[in-house]
Write a protein that binds this ligand. Sequence first.
Ligand code: PEP
Ligand code: MN
Length: 340
Amino acid sequence: MIVVMQEGATEGQVAHVVKLIRELGLAEHVIKGTERTVIAALGDDRAKNKENLENVPGVEKVMPVLAPYKMASKEVKKERTVVKLGGTLGASVGGKKVCVIAGPCSVEGREQLLRCAEEVKAAGATALRGGAFKPRTSPYAFQGMGEKGLEILAEAREKTGLAVVTEVMAVDQVELVCKYADVLQVGARNMQNYNLLWKVGEQQKPVLLKRGLSATLEEFLLAAEYIMSRGNPNVILCERGIRSFEKYCRNTLPLAIVPEVHRISHLPIVVDPSQGTGHAHLVPDMCKAAVAAGADGLIIEAHDDPEHALTDGAQSITPGTLQEMMAVLKRIAVAVEREV
Ligand code: PEP
Ligand code: MN
């Protein structure tokens, strides 16, 4: 970090700051300018209470230099992380191939899910999504099928080879969901549920971490750091749109996060244009834009009867639309040196 002293700060104040920097276990390098003194504190200060220095007499401001996250940052690992999802179709996120994860918002029943799994596989998806535990805004809305839904997802994997991505909402569900799922989805509403992040960090299964509704990129990467710091390096970030003043879509989908994540982190990032827009008619174009922007994967809500879907019918595309869109995505991927 850099500590900038106020104009006219006394020698005594500078000496006091130097003492505090040493107390933090860091070394100081004092630079006396013509107008003010600047002190560089050398060493890893991520775990230090450096904010307190702002409250010290004579200090103007404290500027961190290192990112507050470590394991998630490119400073620590230069090569991109590739996360293998499971299943038998070679699904992975972060390599040259853009991974397509598709399926209904929720598991609604056995026939529906098995049919949908076959359809998304035929369209080219290598992983299946579907919630068995649903975080609903209203307590009266359909909450998901629970363990029965997980059993159906596992059966779909047996039949199709698709990797299964499904949400875990609570610490006490983690073991159960691990029994059936290939990838543990942590939903937007749980991005800052630190106990849950720790618990999924202790598992062997990859984690798809959704960005919180109003989380900054820094908070998002710190949430990934929670998981990684418990021993699980297989974190996939997921941009699912953030809350804004805008009304024409359910959320605002900031695709600039894709190249920015690639600039500062080695973790792969997938885009969810379904929660990201809330409208099926916007989903294909945002999928195309996401691939063009360099996304490592897409997670898409697809339902063969959106009119009767129990959750998120308005934003679910049909398997037919998915298939048509995949043909275009393949061409876009080639243009950006990827594959779909
Ligand atoms: C979902 O994927 O259906 C979902 C609930 O996502 P999010 O946590 O992004 O709202
Ligand atoms: Mn949904």
